[in-house]
Design a protein. Structure first.
Length: 600
């Protein structure tokens, strides 16, 4: 394919940007400052324009089409994204907000889903566009194909003081008897099981270790975010409650924690000593803010430090926030900034605010590293998104990578290695790129495929880490294809070249979703059919003509429950499979499903 001519360097994008000195003020050890609410960073906006190499870090000449459908990719220079009338974060024309700031680049707003604000659309693939390929032409990476795919977003005051009651299990290994399982009610001991979920279990089928129903939710529904599994305890958030069950038998391990108002954000990660942070609203009115923080010990239910997140500047409120943990750092993201705290004490570490001429941090992701996506120059021809990695202790910028105009960073498929999914509304195209440890572009997906990880938008949008059904290791990215009829496939993509290494077809007529890599094998979940339970399978990462090996076959008797988790979180830990809902409908008289655990 044609390559753009080499051009003289005109500034690089790899060096850290200068940051103004920030002096930490206050923390969560003493009474928090009486200030307003933070807001969950809106959905990521435009993607990076390459590393400091011709075609990746410097202005480019228009790429030369190499086929009838060739179009510029995320690293080509295009017209302004964010200027009045240009497509906004959800494909709608942008209008200048008050004070000349365009909505969607700092002005708090909710994504509009069918059915009104906050209505979760059905689960969908991780790709926003279908059937609109675009070609990326660059000197740093060979010309690669950017493909389209469709995505539907999915949603998935103080608290009552109770002395935590720890009921520890002596044996954390999967155990279950053939006696009736304890279905529970989401908060108590459960009571009698009206129908034995293990009754009629066939040879080779897994046992239902336990099943829990959800607490009541309001008629317009409620979020049930997060799911955390330790050696002893499975913990789940649902509406205003945090509930905990013994991993082996489902008995409550500590008293349910009920917050005064609904839970509005959680840390998807837990600390190395099994602690999380939960945010809840400071009231129930339309003006309520998501600014109350509570640290919780997952194994004991003990409450640690509490705090209140302060508002940022104008249009940078805490109407919604996002939380993440990297090492010992809790990052709280608002709509235009973020604040980092010591997760063990609540002490403030640093702020990540507007930088440069007009770069507003809009989304954060944590785990193996701490990264931020910023929207820059929203009303100018130089509009772009850029990504930075921050030192989680000091906030110092380790590297900065720009995405070209018109491209928006939406998700991180992996944090280590760092794999980024971005879209271009104008071109109806998407791109999947792998970045090096220093923020340079390493590779891009190099073939036309309809991939279908299950990605959502978090609470109000902007959740970079909202994808299930995707995994990565040091060498490969594992993505599920979209199945139009029958079985789908998992494709292993080389992180070095962006090319396909191997693919394996689902062993059933239902879709197979990557979960994680363990001991040199990819662990995947095969979804249930109308008459057969799902299964957990393993696939050697070396690929080849391997048939997936079944690790756990879910029983036929629980197909209706297993397949009824409309918006779900899944996990495979110590030989057990956990599935839980991430959204409560709240519009039914019947008890809703909350969580289900299987084992041998």
């Amino acid at each position: 394919m044609a390559q753009p001519p080499n051009q003289p360097p005109q500034g690089g994008f790899g060096a850290p940007q200068d940051q103004p000195e920030q002096q930490p003020q206050g923390g969560f050890g003493a009474p928090p400052p009486p200030q307003g609410p933070p807001q969950t960073p809106p959905p990521p906006q435009t993607p990076p324009s390459g590393a400091p190499q011709p075609g990746y870090g410097y202005p480019q000449q228009p790429p030369q089409p190499s086929g009838p459908y060739a179009q510029p990719g995320p690293y080509a220079q295009q017209g302004p994204y964010g200027a009045p009338g240009a497509p906004g974060p959800y494909g709608q024309p942008q209008q200048p907000g008050p004070y000349g700031q365009p909505q969607g680049y700092g002005y708090p707003q909710q994504p509009q889903f069918p059915g009104g604000p906050g209505t979760p659309p059905p689960p969908g693939s991780g790709n926003r566009f279908k059937g609109k390929p675009a070609v990326i032409i660059g000197a740093a990476v060979a010309a690669l194909l950017v493909v389209g795919g469709t995505v539907y977003a999915v949603a998935g005051g103080g608290d009552e003081e109770k002395k935590p009651v720890a009921q520890k299990s002596d044996d954390p290994k999967p155990t279950a008897s053939d006696s009736p399982v304890n279905p529970g009610d989401g908060s108590g001991a459960g009571g009698a099981d009206p129908e034995n979920l293990n009754d009629g279990r066939k040879a080779g089928e897994a046992k239902v270790l336990w099943y829990k129903e959800a607490p009541d939710a309001p008629g317009d529904g409620a979020d049930a975010p997060g799911m955390w599994i330790t050696d002893k305890t499975a913990v789940k958030a649902a509406y205003k409650q945090l509930v905990a069950y013994n991993v082996g038998d489902g008995a409550p391990t500590w008293d349910t924690i009920t917050f005064d108002q609904k839970i509005c954000a959680v840390t998807p990660q837990k600390t190395s000593d099994d602690k999380i942070v939960v945010a809840y609203m400071n009231g129930s009115s339309d003006r309520a803010e998501c600014n109350q923080l509570q640290e919780i010990d997952l194994d004991t239910g003990e409450k640690g430090w509490t705090g209140e997140v302060a508002d940022g500047a104008l249009f940078d409120s805490t109407a919604s926030i996002e939380l993440s943990i990297t090492g010992k750092t809790l990052m709280v993201g608002r709509s235009q900034s973020g604040t980092a705290y010591d997760v063990t004490t609540g002490k403030k570490l640093f702020d990540k605010k507007k930088y440069g001429n007009a770069c507003f941090p809009t989304a954060f992701a944590g785990g193996a590293r701490l990264v931020v996506v910023a929207s820059c120059d929203a009303t100018k021809s130089t509009e772009h998104d850029e990504m930075q990695e921050l030192d989680p202790t000091t906030g110092k910028v380790k590297w900065t990578q720009k995405f070209d105009k018109g491209w928006r960073v939406e998700h991180t498929y992996s944090m280590d290695p760092l794999v980024v999914y971005s879209t271009n509304d104008d071109k109806k195209a998407w791109n999947i790129s792998t970045l090096t440890a220093t923020g340079k572009f390493r590779s891009q997906v190099d073939f036309d495929e309809e991939f279908a990880p299950q990605c959502g938008w978090g609470f109000l949008g902007g959740d970079l880490q909202a994808c299930e059904g995707v995994a990565a290791d040091a060498d490969n990215l594992y993505l599920p294809t979209e199945a139009t009829t029958g079985a789908n496939e998992i494709v292993a993509i080389s992180l070095a070249s962006g090319k396909e290494k191997w693919r394996v077809k689902s062993p059933a007529d239902e879709s197979m979703l990557p979960m994680k890599v363990e001991d040199g094998k990819l662990v995947a979940y095969v979804e249930p059919s109308y008459d057969k339970g799902g299964r957990i399978v393993s696939i050697p990462t070396t690929g080849g003509k391997h048939t997936p090996t079944t690790l756990l076959q879910m029983p036929e008797g629980t197909v209706d429950i297993e397949s009824g988790f409309y918006s779900k979180a899944i996990d495979w830990v110590d030989g057990r499979f956990y599935i839980s809902t991430t959204r409560l409908a709240g519009d039914t008289d019947a008890k809703e499903k909350l969580m289900l655990a299987y084992g041998k």
